[in-house]
Write a protein that binds this ligand. Structure first.
Ligand code: IMP
Ligand code: MG
Length: 178
């Protein structure tokens, strides 16, 4: 029988909120006069982006790109597919990609390559969580929320097999015993 894995809190909602506010301050400093386009990578970034933009009190636009790579596994398949792109013209615009977590780096690299071809005026990355010990490819990250250990995380938008996205705290799943 499948037992549900144990869910433990890594960062509370209050800790996440403080991190999001700090990122918003940095982004405000750099973008308040630039009318940027923030592009969230679905689905994982939906909660982070929604909270982040509430602290950004200047003109901006919001878009989403949807990619898929994980399926039901806890490791990236390495194969990224664009499920839904953006229609808005980003040529000569300041673009900030908003991601929940960067792990191998393959997903954000895929998105950056696709966006770069559209010739934005600038292209930067903001991620809430950085699982840097697992990086397979170097990606520039301009705004980093918190480093995270090499554990499988869920909550605050992150899922395991589409479950747990709605948890308000950032949690990790206890490793299953063999
Ligand atoms: P990467 O391509 O390996 O960098 O993986 C990035 C994507 O995988 C993120 O956008 C997340 O949606 C997902 N991901 C990476 N690590 C985790 C995790 O610990 N829990 C849930 N999703 C994750
Ligand atoms: Mg994601």
């Amino acid at each position: 029988m499948n037992k549900s894995p144990q869910v433990n809190v890594l960062y509370t909602r209050e800790q996440i909120e403080a991190t999001v506010q700090r990122l918003a301050d940095e982004i405000t400093h750099d973008y308040s006069k630039k009318k940027p386009i923030l592009i969230g990578i679905l689905k994982g970034s939906f909660m982070f982006l929604a909270d982040l933009v509430r602290y950004l009190d200047f003109p901006l636009e919001i878009e989403f790109i949807r990619i898929a790579s994980y399926g039901k596994n806890k490791k990236t398949s390495g194969k990224i597919t664009a499920v839904q792109g953006i229609r808005t013209e980003i040529k000569n615009r300041h673009v900030l990609v908003v991601e929940d977590i960067i792990d191998s780096g393959l997903s954000v690299n895929y998105v950056l390559e696709a966006l770069r071809r559209k010739k934005p005026a600038s292209l930067k990355v903001c991620c809430l969580l950085d699982k840097m010990s697992r990086r397979e490819i170097t990606v520039p990250i301009d705004y980093v929320g918190s480093p995270v250990p090499d554990k499988f995380l869920v909550g605050y938008g992150l899922d395991w097999a589409e479950q747990y996205r709605n948890l308000p705290d950032l949690c990790y799943l206890e490793d299953e015993k063999p």
